[in-house]
Design a protein around this ligand. Structure first.
Ligand SMILES: NC(=O)c1ccc[n+]([C@@H]2O[C@H](COP(=O)([O-])OP(=O)(O)OC[C@H]3O[C@@H](n4cnc5c(N)ncnc54)[C@H](O)[C@@H]3O)[C@@H](O)[C@H]2O)c1
Length: 238
């Protein structure tokens, strides 16, 4: 399969390694140096595009893929305020779009665990709830896309939580997400339930970026020749 890499940074390079090891070919590489010069014709050489760039460039790259008729697998975070606009354009233009805030199989299993625990803890109002995410110092957006997905899993299942906030809070209906930036941490997410008598916590710790890269290439193989909007639930049949 011919793959276009839109964004050739830490993730783009990791994805390239996984793609080549699965006998795929990289037909195009785009980063800040050729972001404004790559053409729809060049993009059309690819069967699928994989987009891991920046919060400010993702939307433009997705729209260019729709124009080229190339299904796009997007991992970039920090742009999802435009998600509805993308899904609408995808449907109108009959194109293919795949998004995941986290492509690691382990994190998607963790999402299910988080929802299951929240369902149980809905009946235990004595516990305060907190989400913490730790990432490397180069990360541009906060909270992480993964922490936003975790918070959604809690808010959908805990009646006493209505919205998430990215700071400490005493307001009962607010779910706090605390973002820490340190060293070269690939991504650690923890959900804690705390009471006067005990604490319950679940965590996912990524050791490196390989899990994200493998998931993105599996999604690209899944998306070849497809139209419509998809995510990890469809890929993993979770
Ligand atoms: N969904 C997931 O599983 C997952 C996992 C890891 C990272 N991410 C997200 O992926 C994105 C990239 O992460 P990273 O660690 O590779 O960052 P990075 O800073 O190492 O790489 C970003 C790359 O994008 C390039 N770029 C800048 N403008 C561009 C444009 N207009 N078009 C194409 N490329 C452009 C930069 O030159 C750079 O090479 C971030 O938003 C990050 O949060 C998502």
């Amino acid at each position: 399969m011919n793959i276009a890499l839109l964004g050739y940074g830490k993730m783009g390079k990791e994805i390239e390694q996984v793609a080549l090891s699965r006998k795929h070919n990289i037909a195009l590489k785009v980063d800040e140096h050729n972001a404004n010069s790559y053409t729809v014709a060049e993009l059309k050489k690819a069967d699928v595009a994989i987009e891991f760039s920046t919060p400010h460039s993702a939307f433009g790259n997705i729209m260019k893929c729709f124009e080229a008729g190339v299904p796009v697998v997007v991992g970039t975070t920090g742009w999802i305020d435009k998600m509805e606009e993308v899904k609408k354009a995808c449907a109108e233009k009959k194109q293919g779009f795949f998004y995941a805030s986290n492509y690691s199989v382990g994190v998607n299993i963790f999402f299910k665990l988080n929802e299951y625990l929240a369902k149980i803890m809905n009946s235990y109002g004595d516990y305060s709830i907190g989400v913490e995410e730790i990432h490397h110092v180069h990360k541009l957006d906060a909270p992480s896309g993964t922490a936003i997905s975790i918070a959604k899993g809690i808010i959908d299942n805990i009646d006493r939580k209505d919205i998430w906030v990215n700071h400490k809070t005493e307001k009962q209906q607010e779910l706090e997400i605390i973002s820490l930036r340190t060293d070269e941490v690939p991504g650690t997410h923890t959900v804690s339930y705390s009471s006067g008598v005990d604490n319950i916590a679940i965590s996912h710790v990524a050791h490196n970026r390989k899990g994200f890269a493998l998931g993105a290439v599996l999604a690209a193989e899944f998306m070849k020749g497809k139209t419509g909007v998809y995510g990890m639930n469809e890929l993993l049949a979770l």
